[in-house]
Write a protein that binds this ligand. Structure first.
Ligand SMILES: Nc1ncnc2c1ncn2[C@@H]1O[C@H](COP(=O)(O)OP(=O)(O)O)[C@@H](O)[C@H]1O
Ligand SMILES: [Mg+2]
Length: 249
């Protein structure tokens, strides 16, 4: 989703102001989404790649930044190149804790930017990525439900908000197996987490996610019209709406 600088009601936070400096009113700058959670295997790469591809399907010019030293998004992009599918999004690897400063060099060239964050042991990278983004999506899995509310990523959100009070953050239930149990447990836990919303869309555990990623495709290419395709469409819609709502608070 695009936003214009200097429009009345547009949201300003520290990073946005840094990026906005010196631009003419009316200039369009991208919204930067980050899929971040220091816990590995929660679906950051799967979710971020699919959202980037969905944004591209909507006609946007997307930069996908792989901020993980393990290069999972890059592996996807390499598989895609090997299969000779059109790239559709620009995927770059940038796993340095200066991302929050260096991302400014990219914002002029894209409609949307999506950051795929690192996993365990890369706290400085996650902190830098969180400073770089406008909206944090925190994928959490059912197996981690008992601990997520007090997890490292929540500490990072709170720390980041000392510098960026308007940081938008939302949980995404990922790799969902049993809906009823999750809803009950999440709602109970959510009450304890300050200003981190729970997205209504959740991502189910589906073999097609793993399969599509391994062949360098998006869910909408691998299984068009499937429930997984619908999930990503509704996740992307929701992210855009969350952003729009926060921008006019
Ligand atoms: N919704 C899903 N359904 C099935 N498998 C998934 C799903 N999300 C992720 N996976 C698989 O789980 C593993 C970890 O997912 P990944 O997106 O790489 O997580 P992270 O980036 O948080 O480490 C990968 O093998 C991936 O294919
Ligand atoms: Mg990953």
């Amino acid at each position: 989703m695009l936003r214009a600088i200097g429009k009345s009601g547009s949201r300003r936070n520290g990073t946005a102001e840094l990026r906005d400096r010196g631009r003419k009113p009316g200039t369009i700058i991208p919204v930067i989404y980050g899929f971040l959670n220091q816990k590995g295997g929660v679906g950051k790469t799967t979710g971020s790649v699919n959202v980037s591809m969905e944004l591209a399907r909507r006609g946007r010019k997307v930069l996908h930044i792989d901020a993980d030293p393990q290069e999972s998004s890059m592996d996807w992009a390499r598989a895609r190149a090997d299969a000779e599918h059109p790239l559709l999004i620009n995927v770059i690897h940038y796993a340095r804790n200066t991302l929050h400063r260096d991302i400014a060099g990219h914002v002029d060239h894209y409609d949307d930017i999506v950051v795929d964050g690192p996993g365990r042991g890369d706290d400085a990278l996650t902190r830098s990525a969180m400073l770089a983004v406008d909206m944090v999506v925190i994928p959490i899995t059912p197996s981690g439900l008992d601990t997520w509310a007090s997890s490292q990523v929540i500490d990072t959100v709170q720390l980041t908000r000392e510098y960026k009070p308007d940081l938008v953050a939302a949980f995404l239930i990922s790799r969902r197996i049993n809906n009823a149990v999750i809803t009950r447990d999440i709602k109970r836990g959510l009450a304890d987490v300050d200003q981190v919303r729970l997205l209504e869309t959740s991502i189910a555990q589906r073999v097609a996610y793993a399969e599509s990623m391994s062949v360098g495709q998006a869910m909408y290419e691998y299984a068009p019209g499937s429930a997984g395709d619908d999930e990503i469409v509704s996740l992307t819609d929701e992210l855009e709406h969350q952003w729009a709502d926060s921008a006019h608070r």
